[in-house]
Design a binder for this molecule. Sequence first.
Ligand code: FE2
Ligand code: FE2
Length: 252
Amino acid sequence: MLTELFNHGQHRCVMFHDMGTAGDAVQANQFLVIDNDAGAIIDPGGNLAYNDLHLGLMRYCAPSKLQAIIASHADPDIIASLDRWMTATSAPVYISSIWERFIPHFCKPGKTQGRVVGIPDGGMPIRIGKSTLLALPAHFMHSEGNFQFWDAASGILFSGDLGVSVGVDPAVTITSLAPHIKAMEAFHKRYMVSGKILKLWANMVKPLPIRMIVPQHGAPLAGDAVGEFIEWASQLNCGIDLMTQFNYALPE
Ligand SMILES: [Fe+2]
Ligand SMILES: [Fe+2]
């Protein structure tokens, strides 16, 4: 299934969800941003997602017009299909510079040669057609080298593993956070490294005119839920904040 998150003629953002998800694999969303006939895929996923996403992509853009394969981090549900994307397109892959030399392990030898752009810790602009995606620092949410992608043309923040709602239908849009906190809390408490990081992130994104926060699992957040989520995240104790000696005891 796919959802058009934004469509203003020359600029479109599409979310693919539940594609190729096997029974025991986590649900994951993949994204396509099209601007003036050029495209980028964000977090294209693993091999389970590849065939359906590739077919879906061709509805919008020829694979030869793909300008960027963009990965928020290096997890298998983000980029394990890289070998096949390297074959099907000539686009470079953008990923944190700290993962630059790790992702060739997803590919046959030499496949990534000259095609990996390491995103520096401070982020960078990525040109797509006539528009620009901005890679925003999102380190330790949850990966050590992690980015979110701000699309000013649509007002969408592609937030990777931040903002995930477990078990919520990705085809719905969350417009009020409170009823969904139960689907978000356990995930964020474990997968986000610390409350300090979330506060720093909240300070960074508050000035942005965000229309939608779209995570890689679960449902997009829009309307009041955007500000409510930023506020909730900025107050959350999580990750190492919650660890005690109890969590580091020798098993019986
Ligand atoms: Fe991840
Ligand atoms: Fe993920």
